[in-house]
Design a protein around this ligand. Sequence first.
Ligand code: NAG
Ligand code: NAG
Ligand code: NAG
Length: 420
Amino acid sequence: MLSISVLITICLKFWTVECLNNGLALTPPMGWMTWERFRCITDCELYPNDCISEKLIKRQADLMVSEGYLKAGYEYIVVDDCWMDKERDSDGRLKPAPKRFPNGIKALADYVHSKGLKFGIYENFGTYTCAGYPGMFEHVEIDVETFASWEVDYIKVDACYSYKTLSAMEEGYIHLGQLLNKTGRPIVYSCSWPAYFEPFGIQANYSVLAKACNLWRNWDDIDDSWGNVTNILKWFSKNQDRLNPYHGPGHWNDPDMLLLGNFGLSYDQSKAQMAIWAIMAAPLLMSTDLSTVEPRIKNILQNKEVIAINQDSLGMPGVLKMTVKKIDVWMKPILPIVEGSHTIAVGFLSNRIDGYPYKVDVRLSDLGLHHPRGYVLSNIFDTFEPNIYYSVDTLTVKVNPSGVVLLKLTPASEEIDVYY
Ligand SMILES: *[C@@H]1O[C@H](CO)[C@@H](O)[C@H](O)[C@H]1NC(C)=O
Ligand SMILES: *[C@@H]1O[C@H](CO)[C@@H](O)[C@H](O)[C@H]1NC(C)=O
Ligand SMILES: *[C@@H]1O[C@H](CO)[C@@H](O)[C@H](O)[C@H]1NC(C)=O
């Protein structure tokens, strides 16, 4: 048996009792979000194509469909901070910035829905959003009602300007979730409070998170750099034993957005972020101008096999299994299960910088892979010779500096013909 199959998620065991059960996010949410790439750009004269506006959202929604992203599974389009006016209206309702969203949010949501996509929005638990727009403090009821009336499908609730203890945050976010539930509208609920405690060494209670939220941001925001990707992976792998039991269908840890298509990652690093996010069963939220994504990067974002690893219906989290000569070996059990053995996705992620594709050897038995009939290997990003590997065999891969090799090992059954 697989050693990592002991990682049964706690919520699965007590599905109805212990976890948020709104029927949503049964696989990691996929979509597009403004923040990493478009930040709080509100000057539409200086940045006509980048400012947070209905034009931006409509254009990206069109591209999600015409460029094949929706078909590949990217479904939600989420407006992060800076969509609001600085003041609420005379009834205390939130309203969008009038020049940038002249037709209002409901009309924008309708447009997004007309494309077959789902619409997401951002608010903040505290008195202000992180960028200084009105927060939900003392307005939770009216805001939830407003979002439901706009037909929002996803909400990211951040936690700037909250100044609360951990238990007060938990209570407030749980209450917000109950109000969302009462609207009767299915709304994916993304919570951010751990990101305001974990970086200061205060551990969040993930049992509470899994009960209240569909996903949650654990750690710092991602910026457009490979260093940020590796920092995030370091933190998640260091804390995997604590986080992974609460990660599964309907409730996910969120290491933050994909950087692919932007300025900071090389081609190899782009493959690497995509591969490891897939193995972690992380939400796949792009944040890029979809009109400028190079074809080879688009191919990574839309790679069917990588997406299938991420979206596997078991929803099992990936683990950092070992590090060999500065090459991290990440593993995730997926379907199909053949004669009791899971299929396994294995990602070799290089932390090396000594300029050549570095050779690394790992025995299948060292990875805990013991299926008696062996495994059929496929290499997701590259061509490969079909072959069967047994637990005594050694996998040899060559990994580019800050690159990845992503393999899938399917347990062989008598029916599998390796020379297909
Ligand atoms: C509200 O919660 C109940 C109980 O968990 C669940 O069955 C239902 O689907 C939820 N409804 C919405 C709209 O989230
Ligand atoms: C976490 O919350 C649960 C309730 O969901 C509680 O039983 C448990 O004691 C809490 N754990 C800690 C460390 O506070
Ligand atoms: C991203 O990098 C910047 C600059 O080094 C750093 O300040 C920030 O904390 C990093 N964020 C993460 C998530 O690593």
